[in-house]
Design a protein around this ligand. Structure first.
Ligand code: SAH
Length: 348
């Protein structure tokens, strides 16, 4: 069954007209869904009863069901939830001084095959619909409502490659960004991609105001090919060219994500090569501590090493940040909890 959250305002108006209802009711439904955040169609008291029955037949309003949750000592919460077809998705809620940030999943599994990542342990089964991703945010927002908190920021950095599910992800962003939706500002929404160049160009042409983050993880094409298969069809120089164009045309600052992997991409020489690659761009490098995945043998670096790498970047004229570790006592790395859950399902 399709979820009601799939519909953009325009699609909601079209749906209403197809049912012989007035288009203005789209705003009423949006208000019930995103302002009052009801959990059943029956609560939409200003809609005709017979139409409510039709909605119930055709759309679900709670597309996610909680399976499990893990709470970290630092306040990070990881949810494992089930979609209507039985697939499971992970959500991570992180609490920062500047607000609550939610990391959403865009696909069931992932086909990008990055060698350090747990998501790729389970190949892509399907794309999530826009409404399922909106449903992830609503699921968490309804929990936060109990404490008077709200999802302030969204990062599309959970399992899946958002630019491999481009249309649905962009519809998702537009629904949560809409004034009549959750009204989460576009500067508070970040999309992270492993580097699908044609989609970066399409995104650039759309002149969206969402933040763009690039999973770089290697400053040379040779190393990037080893870590990230996407570098084969889209080599580093092509990626950097598309990003320069995006950043200049849109006057937007880019974020490069760089996981520090011990003995792989953490040498002084790598830091200098990275600085040379990025210097001059309107960008900064976010150094990410590695959440260890048992299956693949990589290990992270200690704080001292991370700080040293950071210093080299700064000395060579590139802005960087050191991301705080979140949820390292729970299975917070993309795909870890879900991979565990699927394995347990198979063995039971
Ligand atoms: N496919 C998208 C978004 C999902 S991954 C992308 O590649 O950007 C989100 C980020 O988490 C990426 O930068 C990814 O490289 C990183 N990541 C994956 N596994 C990780 C791990 N075990 N520890 C830390 N970061 C990880």
């Amino acid at each position: 069954m399709q979820t009601i959250y799939d519909l953009t305002l325009k699609q909601m108006q079209e749906m209403l007209e197809a049912h012989g209802q007035k288009a203005y009711r789209a705003k009423q439904i949006f208000s019930w869904l995103y302002r009052k955040r009801v959990s059943s169609f029956d609560e939409m008291s200003d809609l005709p009863k017979s139409f409510i029955e039709q909605l119930k037949q055709e759309y679900s309003i709670e597309p996610l069901k909680e399976i499990q949750r893990q709470v970290s000592h630092d306040g990070t919460i990881k949810f494992l939830a089930e979609l209507q077809d039985g697939s499971s998705v992970e959500l991570v809620l992180m609490h920062f001084q500047y607000g609550d940030s939610l990391c959403v999943t865009s696909q069931v599994g992932c086909n990008m095959g990055c060698s350090f990542c747990a998501s790729g342990l389970l190949k892509k089964q399907r794309d999530l619909t826009a409404g399922e991703i909106v449903g992830e945010v609503m699921f968490v927002q309804k929990q936060l409502d109990k404490e008077g908190r709200r999802v302030d920021n969204i990062v599309v950095m959970g399992t899946g490659e958002p630019f491999d599910n481009y249309t649905n992800v962009m519809n998702f962003c537009s629904i949560v960004n809409s004034d009549l939706g959750l009204a989460i500002g576009s500067r508070h929404i970040t999309i992270s991609t492993c580097g699908i160049v044609p989609k970066i160009r399409e995104f650039a042409q759309g002149h969206y105001q969402y933040n763009l983050a690039i999973s770089l993880h290697a400053p040379t094409n040779e190393l990037r090919r080893k870590l990230m298969p996407i570098a084969k069809p889209y080599p580093l120089d092509e990626l950097m060219q598309a990003l320069r164009e995006y950043s200049e045309d849109n006057h937007r600052r880019l974020t490069f994500e760089y996981i520090l992997l011990h003995g792989v991409n953490d040498s002084d020489e790598m830091a200098i090569t990275l600085a040379n690659l990025v210097r001059g761009m309107n960008a900064y490098i976010n150094l990410i501590p590695y959440n260890q995945v048992d299956e693949n043998g990589y290990i992270g670096v200690d704080d001292k090493k991370a700080l040293h790498f950071y210093d080299i970047l700064m000395k060579h004229g590139v802005k960087a940040t050191l991301r705080q570790k979140h949820g390292d006592d729970i299975d917070a790395a993309c795909g870890q909890l879900r991979a565990k859950h699927e394995r347990n399902k198979q063995s039971s």
